[in-house]
Design a binder for this molecule. Sequence first.
Ligand code: ASP
Length: 374
Amino acid sequence: MKLSVQWKQKWCISMLTAVLLMPVMSYSVSAATETSTTSQTTAVQTSLPKIKILATGGTIAGSSESNTDVTGYKAGALGIDVLINAVPEMKKVADISGEQIANVGSPDIDNAVLLQLANRINELLASDDVDGIVVTHGTDTLEETAYFLDLVVKSDKPVVVVGAMRPATAISADGSFNLYNAVKIASNPEATGKGVMIALNDRIGAARYITKTNTTGTDTFKSVEQGYLGVVSGDKVYFYNQSTRKHTANTIFDVKGITELPQVDILYEYQNNGSYLYDAAVASGAKGIVVAGSGNGSLSTRSSEGAARAVDQGVTVVRSTRTGSGVVTPLDSDAEIGTLYADSLNPQKARILLMLALTQTKDPTTIQSYFEAY
Ligand code: ASP
């Protein structure tokens, strides 16, 4: 009996507790429901962006016997899997997969690799399975590849080209962090529609503007006149600017089906030069010549004669500058000889635009308009 009273008391207490706790329990249930909804939402929100890394070689994939060797190493020695496995932190930022396009030092990146890379990127970005691309590349000609892609990638999805100045085997190698940053940039929704970007030394550069300025320093990529697009700092990506020039989905250039690009050579202006290099370029099949002119794209008298002969033979000659920065402006001599001016494109990027321009037209006025638009 005593027991039964105790049991009854217990039962009453339990019932009371149950009633009192009802709102709490129902809160808990709804909290549980919310939690599961949240975790579902979280699952959707945090489903990681799918980033494809296309490897082409360079110092970022470079290797040496010595960890203090930062000049005599072999560029393009390590494969894409090694690069990805060296930075497992990237997998928290994005769903990563990789492909090897080439494995060379970037002086050996040629038009065939450019076309292969561009076509593959266009193919990948057309698919819902890829949200962004990172290209690993040697720094020597990185800006040329980046600008080429800037002109021919037909998508607003982010494309980031990344390299390193110290091989992967060096003390304080910069490649791993540059690659991590590149993946973070390509995964960032704000990177959409920014054109092809370059990620080195925590800076985000526009392919149109940035250039390699130093032989060995890790801060080699500079955008002197136009500035950077943004920075990666404290684990966050910050965008501040964007290019005013047409790029990616807004260009008229399309490399689909193109198997060869026209030969465009670069000639360098210097004291006491002759005109014979123009003749040699034309004789070897050049359809275009870019001159790294002195100052505001100036040509010597002999150079002007060579340029005039080239133009007479149907070759497009564009004046850029060897100064490293500044705008090359129109001169009266352009009208006299038929030369064009490169705007603010350095010679190596002017060559890229001229190759693509010549896939469209030979008309000098139209080609000049491209140099003002892109
Ligand atoms: N030194 C170069 C680099 O920084 C080599 C290359 O361009 O492949 O990657």
